[in-house]
Write a protein that binds this ligand. Sequence first.
Ligand code: RIB
Ligand code: NA
Length: 281
Amino acid sequence: MNVTVVGSINLDLVASAPHLPAAGETVTGATLARHPGGKGANQALAAHKLGAEVLLIGRVGDDTMADEALALLEAFGVELSGVQTDVEAPTGVALIAVDPSGENQIVVAAGANHTITQEQLWARIETPLIVQLELPIAVVEAAVGRATEFVCANLAPAQPVSEQLLRRCDLIVVNEIEAAFYGDLLHRGGGRVVVTYGAAGAVMFQRGEEVARAAPPEVTAVDATGAGDAFVGAIVVALLEGLEPADALAFACTAGALAATKAGAQPSLPTRAEVEALLRA
Ligand code: RIB
Ligand code: NA
C-alpha cells in the first residue's frame, strides 16, 4: 500500500526533567537528548514501519539539523524525494520537556516547515494522504484538495481549518484537547472522526454516532512523545488494509502505547511485529 504524507519535519531537543515547568519557572536537573521528530515525519515513519510504502513531502533547512532530522526516515527507507531544502530558513526544531511520568510540553519553532508552498505539491495526490497542521494551513488545504483517494487529517496542533477540509476527510484524528477546540467536530467531519484519550484509549464516531472504541494495553509510559503519531500511522494502515473499526482502533491504540514506552518520537515507533505481539498477548 502506498501512502503520501504532507507534513512537518523537526529535530526534537528533549529535556527529561524532574517536573514540567510552570509559567515563569526554571526547572534544573534535566538531561538533554536529540531525536528526529515532527508530526509529519513521525507519522510517515510510523506508517512505513507498519507496512506502508511512504512518500514524505516536506521541507528542511540547509543545515546539519536536517541530517539529524532525516536520519531515521532514511535508514528505514521512507521515500524522501518530496523533501526540499530551504537555503534560508533553518530546519524546524521542537523544544520538548518530559517529566518522569512521560507527560510532555512542546514548543515548536517551525523554520523551514513554514516556508513550504503549494508549488512543492504534486498537481494530484493519487495515493491515500495523511496531513497534520504543522505546515501553513493553505498548503495543508491545497494538499487535501488535490487528493483523489483516502484522506486522513490529524488536526494537531489545533487551529482553524475550513469546513471544506473537514468535509473532505475520510478520517479525522484528534486528541481530547483538540476535540474541545473544534467543538461540534463530531458532526462536521465528512467521514469518521477518532478522538484519542491517551491511556484511556480512543473512540470512533461517524455522523456523531459512536461506531467503535478500544483501550490500549497497560504499559509503563516513559515518554508519550510520538504516541499520537504512532496512532495516526497505525489507524491509517489498518483501515486501508480493511480492518473493522474496532480492530483498527485496537491496532492503533497498541501502536500508540508502545511508542509511549520508549524515549523520543521516531526512536519509539513500533514495528508491525511488536504491535502484533502485544495485541496477541
Ligand atoms: O507529535 C510529536 C511531535 O510534535 C514531536 O516530534 C515534535 O517535533 C512536534 O512536532
Ligand atoms: Na515516545
